[in-house]
Design a protein around this ligand. Sequence first.
Ligand code: NAG
Ligand code: NAG
Ligand code: NAG
Ligand code: NAG
Ligand code: NAG
Ligand code: NAG
Ligand code: NAG
Ligand code: NAG
Ligand code: NAG
Ligand code: NAG
Ligand code: NAG
Ligand code: NAG
Length: 549
Amino acid sequence: MAPSELLPRVCGTSPITLLLVCCLLPPGAQGQQFPLRLEVQTPVVPAGGSLLVNCSTDCPNPKLITLETSLFKEAVGNGLGWAAFQLSNVTSDSQVFCSGFCNNIQMKCSSNITVYRFPERVELLPLPRWQPVGENFTLRCQVAGGTPRDSLFVVLLRGEEELSRQPASREPAEVEVTVPVLAGRDDHLANFSCRTDLDLRPQGLRLFQNISAPRQLRTFALPMTTPHLVVPRFLEVGTTSSLNCTLDGLFPASEVQVQLALGHQTLNSTVESHGNTITATATATASVGQEGTQEVICNMTLGSDSREARENLTIYSFQGPILNLSERSAPEGTAVVVTCLAGPRVRVTLEGLPAAGPGQPAQFQLNATERDDRRIFFCNASLEMDGNILQRNSSVQLRVLYGPKIDQAKCPQRLTWKDKTIHLLQCQARGNPDPQLHCFQESSGVEVPIGIPFLVGLNYSGTYSCKAASSRGTHTLTVVMNVRAQNSHAVTIVLGVLVVLGVVTIVAALLCVFSVQKRSDIYHVNQGNTWLPLTSKQPEVVTSGENPS
Ligand SMILES: *[C@@H]1O[C@H](CO)[C@@H](O)[C@H](O)[C@H]1NC(C)=O
Ligand SMILES: *[C@@H]1O[C@H](CO)[C@@H](O)[C@H](O)[C@H]1NC(C)=O
Ligand SMILES: *[C@@H]1O[C@H](CO)[C@@H](O)[C@H](O)[C@H]1NC(C)=O
Ligand SMILES: *[C@@H]1O[C@H](CO)[C@@H](O)[C@H](O)[C@H]1NC(C)=O
Ligand SMILES: *[C@@H]1O[C@H](CO)[C@@H](O)[C@H](O)[C@H]1NC(C)=O
Ligand SMILES: *[C@@H]1O[C@H](CO)[C@@H](O)[C@H](O)[C@H]1NC(C)=O
Ligand SMILES: *[C@@H]1O[C@H](CO)[C@@H](O)[C@H](O)[C@H]1NC(C)=O
Ligand SMILES: *[C@@H]1O[C@H](CO)[C@@H](O)[C@H](O)[C@H]1NC(C)=O
Ligand SMILES: *[C@@H]1O[C@H](CO)[C@@H](O)[C@H](O)[C@H]1NC(C)=O
Ligand SMILES: *[C@@H]1O[C@H](CO)[C@@H](O)[C@H](O)[C@H]1NC(C)=O
Ligand SMILES: *[C@@H]1O[C@H](CO)[C@@H](O)[C@H](O)[C@H]1NC(C)=O
Ligand SMILES: *[C@@H]1O[C@H](CO)[C@@H](O)[C@H](O)[C@H]1NC(C)=O
């Protein structure tokens, strides 16, 4: 019998989990047409599962109803026109055949059994550690196993959102499904995953889903611009300065790592963020050994990228000027050496006298005199760096030890006073250290106050010894005081004569001046320039006042 005459035909829709295949005998064959039915409990079975197959016919005298299969089968029952078999350990798709004889004619009927398996592995491959915003990255999902492939779909997810759904290709057993994703700021910390959908709903089963472990993405945005680094141009050894570095447009700002360094020395920095702007501030201390041009580096790292700014900072040392006197307190007549010193490369000028060269001292010697006491010496130091000149000054005061000396001009040696009048003894002594000055009456040894008014009595007459004393010695001056009893008449006459003489002299002087001025008026009138302002030799007030005359 030709195989074409045995073509099976599905003869009806069975309940969901039942597949009924009816195989009709071809028309024209001998006898009545009796179908052989193949009833499968579930045609789609999990791998390693089992199923019941019932072969039945309406043939009144059927013979040898049996099931042909490569699978492990067990007869579980039979009756008139039927035989049932249990198939177990079904591990792969296969075809089963029912066969039997009716009136010596062979009946045959077949059905396909499908095995389903869940994928053994669903894995989303690792994402980039940091993904730049605005660039594509690829989600890759690997699926191993899983059948039937016609019912298997691979779904790529961001959170719950489906980004792509693709059927798993038939071959090979391990497939990789990819999808490009444009990274955005929203994707920062988003969880991506991959899921397989084994959809057996058309086969009367359900939807089986397997999902990979999620992977979190971190995205970042770093502008192309370099950070703005603010650094002083110069920094002196031993001093500190604050540096700061700013960059805008960073995302996520909280993840930025900032490194501020001075040369090879990493600085401790404080980082603050305001929105998308990051500012790092650090304090740099210049130390000995760092002198010269140093680079300050600001490096901002975000994700897999970094931006860097560099600025030059000149570290210098500027010692001095140190102004030194060989003696701070020099006795009069001794030689004093004034020296001004500064560090290397510093040029000093002492009292307008420049040093031979940078780093060299400036010096001069003087013979200490009384006039040099409290004299202040100035020294200027200047350091040139990259065209900038830094200046510093220093001063020192010299004390000269001299004296004591009583000033004859300031201490009248002859005094003539009247009795019962109030007077003041003016006397001054100078010297360094300050001398003590005392005046004693030689005869009585009584001290007279100096610089304090006192009532003069006749007993004050006499010779006084005024003595200035300091640690440097003494100086004595003799003052003679003559106190006279009150004799007003003679004095009044003398004074009267003096007053009259004075008045006469003043009047004569005034007349003389007046006549000179008058002559000068006449001279100007003769010139005729009455309306013109006179030359600057004459004050204007005088000129205008003379015009009417
Ligand atoms: C097999 O099918 C026949 C006919 O439909 C039925 O009478 C019989 O009970 C079935 N056997 C089993 C084990 O289901
Ligand atoms: C199922 O079949 C596999 C090979 O096809 C065999 O190794 C295994 O022992 C069988 N299991 C049972 C329970 O029969
Ligand atoms: C069963 O599978 C075979 C190949 O394996 C195919 O030729 C046949 O058409 C299938 N039968 C049904 C009823 O799907
Ligand atoms: C990202 O991928 C999409 C789709 O493949 C493409 O159209 C787009 O040009 C890509 N964009 C970039 C920035 O590479
Ligand atoms: C992603 O997963 C982590 C850990 O499971 C969770 O803490 C986080 O909130 C998730 N992110 C989002 C955007 O759902
Ligand atoms: C796949 O999912 C099914 C249920 O949908 C579950 O029974 C099975 O264990 C899962 N497989 C893996 C590898 O997680
Ligand atoms: C950065 O430093 C400069 C100069 O030292 C200063 O003027 C500015 O205020 C600083 N900026 C910040 C944000 O600290
Ligand atoms: C930086 O800070 C740490 C701890 O605050 C401190 O131990 C360290 O000495 C600092 N380094 C500098 C260079 O200031
Ligand atoms: C910035 O710092 C990071 C981490 O310290 C380093 O990997 C990177 O090379 C630096 N960038 C530059 C331009 O030096
Ligand atoms: C820093 O100084 C070096 C030479 O000392 C020079 O080559 C470099 O260009 C300078 N850098 C800046 C930012 O001025
Ligand atoms: C200043 O001069 C004194 C006396 O000559 C000397 O002892 C001292 O060392 C000098 N100091 C300096 C800094 O030159
Ligand atoms: C300083 O001057 C005094 C008086 O003019 C003189 O006696 C003395 O010798 C001088 N000393 C020196 C070191 O020149």
